[in-house]
Design a protein around this ligand. Structure first.
Ligand SMILES: [Zn+2]
Length: 197
């Protein structure tokens, strides 16, 4: 490693900390940037900074957005009687791509996980309960992990007594997997044939 200039080592280090990128790919990416022309490198640097400075959370649903409230919360054509609860803002993109859903969303910011020290108070659960006025159905689109299941049951216990229908994605989503790895068609079907909890 000593023969590699420090600036390059630093870039390799930064890339290898990204999810799904090993040392080998990180090295290839760093060399690509090194050989690329200056504009390409500048564009990448600017794009990195822009997501950190211009993107924030929607104060209603905690989706990522450039303007608050987000485009979905502002859209008058969305069905306000339905809220789809997801773990991450990334999951909203996946569900939107299925074209099967026209309601609103709520990002929890994770799931209850006592082992990782995440309790209900660390998630946007209070904010969800505060926006349930006029809502007829809450769809729990959490990852089918043990923690996702436990969180779904916890939420159902809080929301059901309010007379709101609670549904969850059908079992088309493989157990233990993450929504991220489910194709649009499967996710769309799972949404259509959701079942009451
Ligand atoms: Zn929003």
């Amino acid at each position: 490693m000593d023969s590699i200039p420090q600036a390059l080592q630093q870039l390799i280090g930064a890339f290898s900390r990204l999810p799904g990128i090993g040392r080998k790919t990180a090295t290839r990416l760093a060399f690509h940037i090194l050989k690329a022309d200056r504009t390409e490198a500048e564009q990448l640097a600017r794009a990195l900074m822009r997501v950190k400075t211009e993107i924030r959370q929607c104060s209603i649903c905690f989706n990522i957005t450039e303007s608050d409230p987000c485009a979905i919360c502002r859209d008058p054509n969305r069905d306000r009687s339905m809220i789809c609860v997801v773990e991450d803002a990334q999951n909203i993109l996946l569900i939107e791509r299925t074209n099967e859903y026209r309601g609103l969303y709520h990002v929890l910011g994770g799931v209850i996980s006592p082992l990782d020290g995440v309790g209900p108070e660390d998630l946007h659960i209070k904010e969800l309960l505060e926006r349930l006025q006029g809502v007829k159905e809450v769809i729990l689109a959490l990852n089918p992990s043990t923690e996702g299941e436990a969180t779904a049951i916890y939420l159902a216990r809080l929301i059901k007594p309010m007379g709101i229908k609670i549904t969850r994605l059908a079992r088309g989503v493989p157990l233990g997997s993450s929504l991220e790895f489910v194709d649009e068609l499967t996710l769309g079907k799972a949404l259509q044939s959701r079942s009451e909890l």
